[in-house]
Design a protein around this ligand. Structure first.
Ligand SMILES: *Cc1c(COP(=O)(O)O)cnc(C)c1O
Length: 363
């Protein structure tokens, strides 16, 4: 069986370091917002090239807190891609604001050319997503935001370390949000997340919101939440972060081999925008006979996932927005044709050969 992912392998890779860090944290007697969190925030900020970082409890919380830091509220509109994981949209809803969908381009990211006509006096934020690991056209997004006095928030849950024009994507944004869900490129061993920014005041505010709205204990200055990053997860993330370049390089070499060796004309391989980099969170191909392809691979014990089968505007959660099939045809077409090939840290050369041969044999 070839799994779509195997989290045990990435643990095994640095098992001794994780084990000794876990014991160190257990024996420290300090479990929430301590020195591991502070150290991780500094190290992660340095890695993604943003001066300030706040660790939080999940990627969804990072997005929600980012929007709250920018005072996004009921009556505001947030422009975001029509093909994304639903958490991006949930963050907008958590602030009471309205999601405004923009169709994706051929790289699966928000098509910046379509944004202009969606901007209204209520628009406050563009919330871009670097889907599957590839940077959006960050320069154009920044320009649209500057011209229209909007904030740029990035959902980087799939793009730890991605660059645009050789700069880390947070260079272009007001706030960038990360998830450390176990299967992400930088995955913890439970839920975890972070937001980074060049604006120290925004990150100070994020740290207040994550801790019940209080800076000083029992002095609650705003309506906050409990979204703290645990010492255990921060400690374990520090171990993984120290190996992130090796982990990303391994993903790149797996992706490179798929790109070179899959040559079935029925399968469309992913491509990368000029000046953008891809950290290969997910290797997503497209085919018109997707369900047949998935079934064929399944018969050969190769596990294929779909990211994502239902675009948010057609999900039950957003039925109240009143969209029906055909509202966002590009996102819907992607939802009906995408398939994710297995690509994960610790995947063996033999396993990949099996996937490549099966994909090439499919007719
Ligand atoms: C994983 C993910 C999230 C949510 O992160 P969690 O840590 O699971 O809350 C948000 N957006 C995208 C694009 C994701 O892939």
């Amino acid at each position: 069986m070839i799994p779509s992912n195997d989290l045990l392998r990435q643990y095994t890779m640095y098992k001794h370091e994780y084990d000794s860090k876990a014991i160190e944290v257990l024996q420290s007697g300090y479990y929430i917002l301590g020195k591991e969190v502070t150290a991780f925030e500094a190290e992660f900020a340095a890695y993604v090239g943003a001066p300030h970082c706040a660790g939080v409890a999940s990627g969804l919380d990072a997005l929600t807190i980012a929007l709250k830091c920018l005072n996004v509220e009921f009556g505001d509109e947030v422009i975001l891609p029509s093909n994304t994981y639903i958490a991006t949209v949930l963050a907008v809803s958590a602030c009471g604001a309205t999601p405004i969908f923009a169709e994706p381009d051929e790289y699966y990211n928000i098509d910046t050319k379509l944004i202009g006509k969606l901007i209204t006096p209520r628009t406050k934020v563009i919330l871009s997503v670097n889907l599957y690991g590839q940077s959006c056209d960050m320069k154009s997004l920044r320009a649209v935001c500057d011209e229209n006095d909007l904030f740029l928030v990035e959902d980087c849950a799939q793009s730890h370390g991605s660059l645009f024009e050789e700069k880390p994507t947070p260079y272009f944004s007001d706030i960038s949000c990360y998830s450390f869900y176990p299967s992400k490129n930088l995955g913890a061993f439970s839920d975890a997340g972070a937001l980074v920014s060049g604006d120290e005041e925004l990150i100070k505010k994020a740290k207040v919101i994550r801790n019940y709205g209080s800076e000083k204990r029992y002095h609650n200055e705003m309506i906050g939440m409990n979204s703290r990053l645990s010492e255990m997860q921060a400690g374990l993330l520090r171990v993984k972060l120290s190996h992130i370049d090796e982990l990303t390089a391994q993903r790149a070499s797996l992706a490179g081999r798929y790109l070179k060796e899959i040559n079935n004309p029925l399968i469309t391989l992913p491509s990368v925008r000029e000046n953008a980099t891809d950290v290969h969170h997910l290797f997503v191909v497209r085919t018109e006979r997707r369900d047949d392809f998935v079934g064929y691979m399944q018969e050969r014990d190769i596990h294929i996932l779909i990211h994502y089968p239902i675009p948010p505007h057609l999900s039950g959660a957003y039925a109240h927005l009143g969209y029906s099939t055909g509202a966002f045809p590009i996102a819907e077409h992607y939802a009906n044709t995408v398939a994710t090939l297995p690509l994960f840290n610790g995947m063996t050369e033999n396993e990949q050969t099996v996937v490549i041969n099966a994909a090439n044999d499919w007719r």
